[in-house]
Ligand binder design. Structure first.
Ligand code: GLN
Length: 430
């Protein structure tokens, strides 16, 4: 048995041993050992040769169940590969299977999956964060090398932070969304999660790029233009727990000393409105996205089979859309989104990157999210939503622990500066 087959077998063994308890995989690729054997004999090796990838269940992988962790799409087998999947396969990556998530990516804890909540592999009594709960948990549990997630308002960065790993949300337009089942098409991006910045970067480099099948993709520079000493902007967000802010401040101070960077506090216009701006956009766009789930072409009728949060967003989006002739909500939200984006653009004229916590608090106990007031659950995205509204790239990095619970540091760079973001992130490793 070659080294690659041995590695794959090791991952399959961990899945066999721990998946029942942790609830991460919804579908395991039963051909993966054969595929690994075939790769071992390959003479010219692709950029991701033998990299074992877990895929969030809202990204179409031909022949695999792509159900968005929803009863609406329960047995839906994808008939084609998303562009990112085609690229991974061309680069000789191995797909180990489909992992769970908050239903239709609507959630931040991993508790909204129709197939049960996922446990945090590091601290099983806590949530892993969501909505890419399975993606982060699969990496943290040692079930794959890396994973793909999607991030609309924090869904890659939040679980990466709670599971003590690295998770990157690329700039809007950097990675094709063709084959991603959307939550909110103007905000969603696919991105990688992994144990190190290097691994995340390798995957990003393969999946990024303009795609004729996704007209929202943009050609961004392939190289970082960064040189000289770094200027770091620090943004403070209302509602961040003091323990988290202290830890982040200490990390920033240590990095500044280590690298000789300069830091300054910056403020972004209307940042306090980010959460209130995000939800009307997501509700409306999700309502539109659900129109195809009518029980005829795809899956089962949405209203009968969707879970509580997905239904709330669908009905809420319907209300907003119907009231929209007066330009009441969606139009207004778009206006604030533009103000926030413009303010970030201005800020990035003076700083190379912005640092802030990934999450305002520590992961809560499994099951607690369903009892919390909705406002509190939504407010938990306050640190991650701004990057989506502004189209910026952002990454969450392990920044230490508070009483044994991982805390994430978030770096943001201007839209299109993904390579610069990764270069800075390399320098921030603990
Ligand atoms: N938690 C946020 C929400 O519920 C983010 C979701 C996401 O990024 N997909 O919408």
């Amino acid at each position: 048995m070659g080294a690659l087959v041995t590695k794959v077998q090791k991952y399959l063994d961990v899945i066999k041993k721990r998946n029942k308890d942790l609830n991460i995989f919804l579908h395991v690729n039963e051909n993966i050992l054969d595929e690994a054997k075939a790769l071992e004999g390959k003479k010219t090796k692709g950029a991701l040769w033998g990299t074992v990838v877990a895929v969030k269940s809202n990204i179409n992988v031909q022949g695999m169940i792509t159900n968005c962790a929803s009863k609406v799409l329960e047995n839906y087998v994808a008939p084609y590969d998303a562009t990112v999947i085609q690229k991974l396969k061309q680069a000789d990556a191995l797909l180990i299977g489909m992992v769970t998530m908050d239903e239709f990516a609507a959630g931040g804890s991993g508790e909204n999956s129709a197939f049960g909540p996922t446990k945090n592999p590091l601290l099983p009594e806590l949530v892993p964060g969501g909505s890419s709960s399975g993606s982060a948990a699969a990496v943290a549990a040692g079930m794959c090398d890396v994973a793909l997630g999607s991030d609309t308002g924090g869904s890659i960065r939040t679980p990466a932070s709670h599971c003590g790993i690295v998770g990157m949300k690329p700039s809007y337009g950097a990675v094709s969304r063709y084959g991603l089942i959307d939550l909110s098409m103007s905000l969603d991006q696919i991105g990688p999660l992994g144990n190190t910045v290097q691994e995340v970067q390798k995957v990003f480099e393969v999946i990024q790029g303009v795609d004729a099948a996704d007209p929202t993709t943009i050609a961004y520079p392939a190289l970082s233009k960064k040189g000289g000493s770094l200027k770091v902007g620090v943004v403070t967000i209302a509602g961040v727990a003091p323990v988290i802010q202290k830890l982040i401040d200490a990390r920033v101070a240590a990095l500044v000393t280590r690298h000789g960077w300069t830091v300054k506090k910056i403020s972004i216009d209307s940042l306090d409105l980010a959460v209130a701006t995000y939800y009307p956009l997501v509700y409306s766009e999700f309502y539109s996205a659900t129109r195809r789930f009518d029980g005829a072409r795809y899956g089962k009728p949405f209203v009968e089979y969707a879970g509580k949060e997905a239904l709330r967003r669908m009905y809420g989006g319907q209300e907003i859309t119907q009231a929209e002739f007066a330009g009441k909500y969606y139009q207004k939200a778009l206006g604030v989104k533009q103000v926030i984006a413009a303010s970030f653009n201005d800020a990035f004229k003076n700083v190379d990157c912005i640092v802030l916590p990934t999450c305002p608090g520590l992961p809560w106990k499994l099951g607690e999210g369903t009892k919390m007031p909705l406002e509190a659950v939504y407010a938990y995205d306050a640190c991650t939503i701004p990057a989506n509204l502004a189209g910026c790239c952002a990454i969450s990095l392990p920044a230490g622990e508070s009483k044994g619970v991982p805390v994430g540091l978030q770096l943001m760079c201007a839209q299109g500066e993904d390579m610069k973001l990764l270069e800075i992130a390399q320098k921030c490793a603990l």
